[in-house]
Design a protein around this ligand. Structure first.
Ligand code: P6P
Length: 283
């Protein structure tokens, strides 16, 4: 597993450099979700694919930018599902973006996730790694290498509210939930980049990020295997919660297709309890 984490560290520096030096134009292709691909999306995907090709324990790769499963090493043990550059359209307005990695053993489903990691490309390049039975660990790029900063623990309540999706397409009960938090003094913290938005709540110790089912995206927008489940693992390991709009743990999701999405809520006790009440979920 350490070889995988070391590979993630090396691709983080390569992708950070690409963000700072590459052409930000659109390629002439779409990803598997029908979204236009930036040249940077394709470049970041190639960087990751090339890096893992020589890691013997990696059996397969599943990329947000490609259809299907890419077999790398028949004798490998793990499948890495990744979003090479999540929120890439934010690069041209100089906002933070990220890479997300879910490391699975066996069938691609939440219960088979054995570790996850993400990189934030912002004013500083930071990395969070979560493994079983450990608090997530924060690393920061200093002098060309990642230094361990410390473990991440979520509290019982926060002050940050990160409500995703187009408000006019929210269900009435979701709008009521979001507005009630603001009436309770919560601060709006939403950049449109899942990685920095979730990273902020983790480092500030609490709050809630929501990307619900909406009238235009009834199954949510965020992809289960390479966005939702990897972050669900990190939030739960940090002492928080990660559920869908029926109150089911995101770690219990069983994707039928590698690009399946799910409504998702990541947060601390107080906010998740309030969500369950508003959504009339079973406690
Ligand atoms: P919306 C970026 O495109 C992304 O996939 C996530 O990083 C982010 O959380 C979400 O979409 C933003 O979507 O609909 O709120 O703009």
């Amino acid at each position: 597993m350490n070889t995988i984490f070391e590979t993630i560290k090396s691709v983080a520096f390569e992708i950070d450099n690409a963000i700072k030096t590459s052409d930000l134009g659109y390629s002439d292709s779409e990803n598997s979700s029908g979204e236009d691909q930036l040249k940077l999306d394709v470049q970041s995907d190639i960087i990751i694919e090339k890096a893992f090709a020589s890691v013997a324990v990696v059996k397969n790769l599943v990329s947000e930018e490609k259809e299907g499963v890419l077999e790398l090493n028949e004798a490998g043990k793990y499948t890495i599902c990744y979003d090479p550059l999540d929120g890439s359209s934010l690069v041209d307005v100089n906002l933070s973006v990220g890479s997300i990695f879910g490391i699975y053993e066996g069938e691609l489903q939440g219960s088979n996730l054995v570790a996850s990691a993400y990189v934030v490309y912002g004013p500083r390049v930071e990395l969070v790694i979560a493994e079983q039975n450990k608090k997530p660990m924060l690393y920061r790029a200093i002098g060309g290498e990642f230094k361990e900063i410390g473990s991440i623990t979520l509290g019982k309540k926060g002050k940050l509210n990160a409500p995703g999706g187009t408000q006019q397409n929210w269900a009435p009960h979701h709008k009521k939930f979001v507005d009630a938090l603001f009436m309770d003094g919560y601060r709006l913290r939403y950049s449109g980049g899942m990685v920095p938005d979730l990273h902020q709540i983790l480092l500030k110790g609490g709050g809630i990020f929501s990307y619900p089912a909406t009238s235009d995206k009834p199954n949510g927008k965020l992809r289960q295997l390479f966005e939702v489940i990897p972050f669900a693992f990190i939030y739960e390991q940090a002492g928080g919660h990660a559920i869908n709009d029926e109150g089911i743990r995101l770690m219990d999701l069983l994707p039928k297709h590698p690009h399946d999405t799910s409504p998702c809520f990541f947060g601390t006790d107080y906010e998740i309890i309030a969500l369950k009440a508003m959504y009339r979920m079973k406690f």
